[in-house]
Design a protein around this ligand. Structure first.
Ligand SMILES: NC(=O)c1ccc[n+]([C@@H]2O[C@H](COP(=O)([O-])OP(=O)(O)OC[C@H]3O[C@@H](n4cnc5c(N)ncnc54)[C@H](O)[C@@H]3O)[C@@H](O)[C@H]2O)c1
Ligand SMILES: N[C@H](CO)Cc1c[nH]c[nH+]1
Ligand SMILES: [Zn+2]
Length: 861
């Protein structure tokens, strides 16, 4: 059961007839329970989204959006505060990046339909045949976020019991609950709430923490079924006095409370009433039973009362009435805060700024609760601002800005803002400014990531399988998984695929195999450096390799091919694949099929640092490997670095392969639609991806044609919101010549370089730094990602300056050998002895001398 819900059930709130406005969905109806479930359709999506942001009290809106037509509708709902949106299962893959905020809705009771994060089953009939079995399966699978919506006419009390037993969250129809305000409906509602609570007191009352809207505890009271019923009926603070029965707060003192929301705590033995308090709560001369308010809440309270009755001529009264003075003070304090250095000064200046900012808010009728609700709502946004400063402020500080007003920051208008790359003219900026613009989006500091992965690695090293499994349960929610490894031979039923996919994998497999086989050396190297001195070099496969196939935000069977095929061609004896499993513990069938084709000995069903540690050190069931290869997120990369630095692990790694990137060089011969499609193909990987276009001597019309294509093609993509994120830190650079473009590209050292220019093959000579190059208009980068034969596991972040991408050599070691004849030793011996003498390593010298003496003796006899 999800514990973050205010109450352990949802109430499905009916949309008012006519849909003229949604005011019928008033705060009193949905907010007190804090937990509505609303059915959306494209027609009312916008109204719903606006409704969520307007009523920014903390209520959990769960929205059935299976009838929405566009992804943008879903994203708008998420951005405006819907905690969860349920969509048709076939469109789920488009929301991979939104974690458990988007879940599937189905009508058939089937536990296996639960994706990683949960499931909503509609029209559920708890009395139908097979429902007991379903309940048992649901309980043992411990699916988080399993929501059940009953078929019309279901007995609600029995249904709630059924849901509790099944570890599910029931969605109760509004009819008879919130929409019907009769006593009997309120009675049913209070009964349902009391069904969930447990009291350890003899009188059956439940302790009730009373807080104001900012969450400051006012005091402790008690609730019983009757007081809850009365509180719901009157929407006021009503409690159960232990001595005097029903206690309507403020009935005699006039210090009444408006009930804002009620919730149960995690183990359902304490209630919380959030109230708007008039006057004070405590019977003593203080606001709450724990004393008066402090800090920001107290300041907000004081400002509120000053606004109502500030003595004329007082400073606060002046601030409320003199807009210019307040503006100047906010600016002044903001600057002082920016300039403050010592912790004391920062605290002092921050307090001043908060005072003036809050004065502005209270003067505009905005409460502290409104500000806090905004902060909470921002944390729920799935599309974010870049965080860059705007216009004049950025210019003043000489830092990266948000897009100019003509191209608004995409995040500001998530649904329809233009998707456009920032432009920079390389001839009008300094080299330093250009490089600043081309900086990759910043990632979390390596230290912060290391702090997260080090304990995971240590635990796996010590705890083996058990530790790996516990992390897989935690991160992948695959709680049913009992072994972290799937050993070959892999069962056929785990690699059931349609014929078209098999054909595509087989084609790619053959091409990758062909290209990597061709990288084999014909024969061992052998060179006679002096007469009788023969030096040689031969290669051997690395015996045991661990191949990490990412699976967090997207499943990438193509990466399994790119790592598995060269390992097979190299002749590695043991190939171990690792990839995060799905929530039901299974691995994508495409990956199992590739593992089978490359002859992998096992698949480690784990991801992240735990998978890397398991392969580096070995566990009871995971084979220890000699080298770990493959891309991954920051946790995977940090874990690879960490284990490779541990001499006890004895494990090597490939190179840092992070968020995807592409640099396209296009001249006037390039087709704008092709250019845009290549940029977007890497932009869709993740919001941390970056794409760069170097436009060589293009006119404004030609540039606009590419910009238009980027926007129009992006808008038609299922992952448009991810593209918005990556395009926000992507750049078009204007250059005059191909040489200038190549110079910039070599400095950037892109993972992928695409040449869409006249006589593209000729320009290849000028490429110094790049992971992989795609030459000419008929070579989109995606052919390299999947099927051409080249490898797609490539160095990013500028590491193409010193690393190669994965290739056959990544799976081989080169061993050298020397073979001397007596004549050879005589020829080279004097040089060796002299250098040994210089280094004062006498034993080295004598190892030659002893042999030369022997040769000389032999020659004499
Ligand atoms: N350069 C290349 O050649 C190339 C190729 C393919 C993919 N990629 C990149 O690989 C990356 C794949 O990342 P991904 O996240 O989708 O999958 P992933 O498999 O790399 O990571 C998922 C794992 O991250 C761990 N994790 C997540 N959050 C965590 C947390 N808070 N603390 C500790 N561990 C946590 C979990 O163990 C989870 O299993 C992307 O950036 C993609 O662009 C690069
Ligand atoms: N372009 C990615 C490497 O940066 C690899 C990939 C896998 N699937 C699609 N693309
Ligand atoms: Zn790709």
């Amino acid at each position: 059961m999800e514990t973050e819900l205010p109450l352990p059930f949802l109430v499905s709130v009916a949309i008012p007839p006519g849909l003229a406005n949604l005011e019928g969905l008033s705060r009193e109806e949905v907010s007190i329970l804090g937990n509505p479930f609303i059915e959306a359709s494209s027609q009312i999506q916008e109204k719903l989204a606006r409704f969520f942001s307007r009523h920014n009290y903390e209520f959990h809106a769960h929205v059935d959006a299976s009838r929405l037509e566009s992804q943008e509708d879903v994203i708008a709902l998420l951005n405006r505060g819907a905690r969860k949106v349920f969509v048709a299962p076939e469109s789920l893959s488009a929301y991979g990046d939104f974690g458990t905020r988007v879940l599937p809705v189905v009508s058939k009771p089937d536990v296996t339909a639960a994706s990683k994060g949960g499931l909503l089953i509609k029209d559920f009939d708890p009395t139908a045949a097979g429902s007991d079995k379903f309940s048992e399966q649901a309980r043992s699978a411990k699916i988080r976020n399993l929501f059940l919506k009953p078929v019309a006419g279901t007995n609600l009390e029995a249904f709630v019991e059924f849901a509790r037993k099944s570890n599910a969250i029931p969605i109760l129809p509004s009819t008879g609950l919130t929409t019907d305000k009769s006593d009997s409906s309120r009675m049913l509602l209070s009964k349902l709430i009391t069904t969930y609570w447990t009291s350890d007191r003899q009188d059956g009352l439940v302790p009730t923490v009373v807080t104001d809207e900012a969450g400051i505890a006012l005091g402790l009271a008690y609730s019983g079924e009757a007081s809850i019923l009365e509180a719901l009926r009157t929407q006021k603070g009503v409690y159960q006095s232990r001595k005097r029965g029903l206690w309507v707060k403020g009935a005699s003192s006039g210090d009444t409370q408006e009930l804002v929301r009620l919730s149960l705590d995690c183990d359902s033995d304490t209630l919380k009433f959030v109230v708007k308090q008039t006057g004070r709560f405590c019977h003593l001369e203080q606001f709450g039973c724990f004393g008066d308010m402090k800090g920001i809440s107290a300041l907000a309270q004081t400002l509120k009362s000053r606004k109502q009755s500030a003595p004329e001529g007082s400073y606060t009264a002046r601030l409320f009435s003199d807009e210019k003075l307040l503006r100047a003070k906010i600016m002044e304090e903001a600057e002082e805060l920016c300039d403050a250095k010592s912790p004391e000064d920062v605290a002092f200046e921050a307090a001043d700024l908060i005072y003036f900012a809050l004065t502005k808010a209270i003067g505009s009728g905005v409460t502290l609760a409104d500000i806090e609700a905004n902060l909470d709502a921002k944390s729920l946004k799935v599309t974010r601002r870049t965080g860059n400063a705007k216009g004049k402020w950025a210019e003043k500080e000489g830092i990266k800005t948000d897009a100019a007003p003509a191209t608004p920051a995409p995040e500001a208008k998530p649904s329809n803002g233009r998707i456009q790359m920032e432009r920079i003219d390389s001839t009008k900026v300094s080299e330093a400014q250009l490089l600043e613009k081309l900086k990759r989006p910043s990632q979390k500091s390596p230290d912060a990531i290391l702090k997260i992965v080090t304990p995971i690695i240590d635990e796996v090293r010590k705890g083996g399988d058990k530790a790996v499994l516990s992390y897989t349960h935690k991160f992948e929610k695959a709680t049913s998984l009992s072994s972290p490894v799937l050993k070959a031979p892999f069962p056929k039923e785990l690699m059931k695929l349609d014929a078209e996919t098999i054909k595509a994998i087989d084609t790619s497999f053959e091409n990758i195999k062909k290209f990597h086989s061709a990288q084999k050396e014909d024969k061992p190297l052998s060179v006679e450096t002096m007469p009788g001195v023969v030096c040689g070099r031969f290669s051997r496969p690395i015996e045991r390799v661990g191949l990490y196939v990412p699976g967090g935000t997207a499943v990438l069977p193509s990466t399994a091919l790119m790592l598995g095929v060269p390992a097979m061609v190299a002749g590695c004896e043991k190939i171990v694949l690792a990839s995060p499993p799905r929530a039901d513990g299974s691995i994508t069938p495409e990956i199992v099929y590739v593992a089978h084709k490359v002859g992998a000995e096992s698949i480690v069903l784990a991801g992240g640092a735990q998978a890397v540690a398991a392969m580096a050190y070995g566990t009871e069931s995971v084979t220890k490997v000699d080298k770990i290869l493959g891309p991954g997120n920051q946790f995977v990369t940090a874990a690879k670095m960490h284990v490779s630095n541990d001499t006890n692990a004895g494990v090597g790694i490939d190179m840092p392969a992070g968020p995807s990137e592409v640099l396209v060089i296009a001249d006037k011969h390039a087709n704008p639609a092709f250019v845009a499609s290549d940029l977007l193909s890497q932009a869709e990987h993740g919001v941390d991806s970056q794409v760069i276009l170097i436009a060589v001597d293009l006119t404004e019309d030609q540039l606009k044609a590419i910009d238009d294509e980027v926007h129009n093609q992006a808008m038609a993509l299922p992952r448009v919101e991810i593209v918005r994120g990556s395009i926000a830190h992507s750049v078009t650079v204007l250059a005059k010549t191909i040489d200038e473009a190549m110079r910039i590209s070599n400095e950037y050292a892109p993972e992928h370089l695409i040449l869409q220019i006249n006589d593209a093959p000729k320009a290849v000579d000028k490429v110094m730094n790049a992971g992989s190059v795609f030459i000419g208009e008929w070579t989109p980068e995606s052919v390299g990602d999947y099927s051409a034969g080249v490898n797609h596991s490539l160095p990013t972040y500028g590491f193409a300056k010193q690393y190669s991408g994965v290739n056959l050599g990544s799976f081989m070691k080169h061993i050298t050998c020397s073979n001397l004849t007596a004549e050879g030793l005589q020829n080279v011996g004097s040089a060796v002895m002299q250098l040994a003498k210089v280094e004062e390593l006498e034993a080295h010298r004598r190892a030659v001398e002893i042999r030369i003496k022997c040769i000389n003796e032999k020659q004499r006899t």
